[in-house]
Design a protein around this ligand. Structure first.
Ligand code: SF4
Length: 348
């Protein structure tokens, strides 16, 4: 075992977290759900979502049997919804092709949707004691700082170097503990903005700390000017119900429910017409910006109180969403925000 691994395990034995909800009963299913939730999201945010999700779907067969709407509903607020859709698809695959059992090898695990090399490594190492390296955001940060590895970790060359390091350092003994430990060190000590170097087992060997260059690692993503797009969202409201449409499962906000859209406020009339809705009163609400990884989207909400018609929402594609007693469906973040800001019209 390298001294890097030995120092880390000594630290983990004394200071590592061992009672996080997914650490207490380490089944591949629980570790998988936690790993997917922890991609892009902090531990403190994940814990309540994890508990709620596992409370509703304690095992992979229950997740496989759920509707996509319910899965997305439990994910609402966590963001990066492709993670939830892939979780659901993978659960079905595990039931159909693997008799409900998770494969044990990295090679098999990475064939499943949403499971990349690092997540596969974590499941194999933590649940099956397989010698497999991981390289999530926390590990990248620790390795980049300790070994002063330049460049943005998402770049091909830097990524290759980091994987090589991660593999060389991963021990054959206590692989499950080592895997937990390196993630834990990045999450609790070698944090992004305020690393607690005096509490770190690598205080004396870390290159970035010794050189006083911690802020330079990991390297920043090369800056691109983000394009700006805009849309108008129609909040058609009828007796505290608003009309939502289900988005196609592929593409932006796939499978989530959102408001009907048009290009400009001038196009609201024809949108209402195409939806067979009759306008009673209109308010243009303040514009706001939603930022995705690749672009900004300026959203202009237009609230229109509509008259009761014989119109029936298309089943499975449209829903009159009850604002006072919400149905259990997945909503986009801007929709959640707009619903929260909707004026209470009970007095009308
Ligand atoms: S010494 Fe500081 S910068 Fe280096 S690995 Fe430890 S916490 Fe991170």
């Amino acid at each position: 075992m390298t001294s890097f691994a030995k120092q880390l395990l000594d630290w983990f034995d004394q200071h590592g977290r061992k009672s996080l909800p997914w650490q207490t009963d380490k089944t591949p299913y629980r570790v998988w759900v936690s790993e997917i939730m922890l991609q892009q999201t902090q531990v403190a945010t994940v814990i309540p979502y994890f508990k709620k999700f596992l409370g509703r779907f304690p095992a992979v067969d229950e997740l496989a049997a759920a509707t996509e709407d319910e899965v997305l509903h439990l994910w609402t607020g966590l963001g990066y919804y492709a993670r939830a859709r892939n979780l659901h698809i993978t659960a079905k695959k595990i039931m159909a092709a693997h008799n409900g059992e998770f494969p044990a090898t990295v090679d098999e695990l990475i064939t499943l949707p949403g499971i990349g090399r690092s997540t596969a490594g974590a499941i194999a190492a933590i649940c099956h004691d397989t010698h497999a390296a991981i390289l999530d955001g926390n590990v990248k940060r620790v390795l980049a700082r300790h070994f002063t590895i330049d460049g943005w970790p998402g770049g091909t060359e830097t990524q290759k170097l980091l994987w090589k390091k991660a593999e060389a350092l991963t021990p054959h003994d206590r692989i499950a503990d080592y895997t937990q430990a390196i993630m834990d060190l990045g999450a609790t000590v070698c944090t992004r903005s305020a690393p607690d170097c005096p509490a770190c087992p690598y205080f004396n060997s870390c290159g970035a700390r010794i050189n006083g260059t911690i802020g330079q690692y990991p390297g920043k993503k090369p800056k691109k000017v983000m394009p700006l797009k805009s849309t108008v969202m129609l909040i058609a409201e009828l007796n505290r119900n608003v009309l939502l449409q289900k988005r196609p499962s592929k593409g932006l906000w796939g499978g989530l429910w959102s408001f009907p859209e048009c290009e400009s406020v001038n196009a609201i009339d024809s949108l209402l017409q195409s939806l067979n809705l009759e306008e009673l009163e209109r308010t243009v609400m303040p514009q706001f910006r939603h930022t995705f990884t690749h672009y900004h989207l300026d959203i202009e909400p237009v609230r229109v109180i509509v008259r009761e018609t014989n119109r029936i929402a298309e089943p499975g594609e449209e829903i009159w969403f009850n604002v006072s007693a919400p149905q259990l469906i997945g909503l986009t973040k801007p929709v959640t925000k707009m619903l929260a800001e909707l004026p209470d019209n009970e007095a009308q």
